[in-house]
Design a protein. Sequence first.
Length: 293
Amino acid sequence: MRGFFTFILFFLFFLIFPLAIFSYAVNSILSPGYIKEKLAESKIYTTAADSIPQLIKSSEDVEAQMTDKTEADFKEFLKKEVTADYLQKKTESLVDSTFDWLSGKTESTPTLDLSDLNGKLTTFAKEKGSPLPEDFIEPAPLKFEPTKDNLKIRQIFQIIQKVPIFLAAASGVILLLIFLLAKSWKSKLRKLSLAFFIPVILGVGPAAALLFLGQVAIGMVADSLKQSELEPLSESVKNLLSAVAADLIRALLTILGLLLLAAVIFFVVSFFVGNKPKEPEKPTIDLAGNQPV
């Protein structure tokens, strides 16, 4: 009966523990600090600031009101005001507000406020003597309006945040039961070794598949950007996604490596515990009661 319960516990552990590892690795990259760091490292702000003057396209009505001088002045304004530092400040504020809303820290929905450019644009246009159309930059902030689908995403995000803790706790309880069901210390250590070794074997394949699929997806995204008006951003976006994928794989491999090390240690230590000392041989006595010399 003890063996049957141990088998069931091992089955549950091998089902839950790999999910705990993967969910922990995913949560390690789902944080505002990490995303802001990777965005800065990718140099995407500099690339975007250099590209925006060429990417901006007005509507046909606005375009009809623009002269060559007006267009040149507008591009000069963008180069002056929409810098890499400006884009980084606005993006990081949006990232923080988005994660605060997703995690339930606030009910204020994410907002991208570019209205400060409106006043600067008006002043700049007057200085240049070439008035710009009023609808080039919307004065109102771009506010995220929650829908039913978005609220579901918020709920899913909050569940994902709690999943690693729940799965880790469940795995810990199961592992403790496996440990307690084993009779000797040698058996306990070898069961711990097995519990840590099998997830390593089960995790290597999915990690390799994730790496391959990630590279394919990143390549597809980069190629699609190259064929669009966002072509200047394609290399920065590719570097950003590649860095995130590499960090995710690195986190998984680090955890698997630590598990393998723990499995080896428990297995080696099991050879040195629970061994009964050899008892000294008792002298034999023959039928006559004589003890041999």
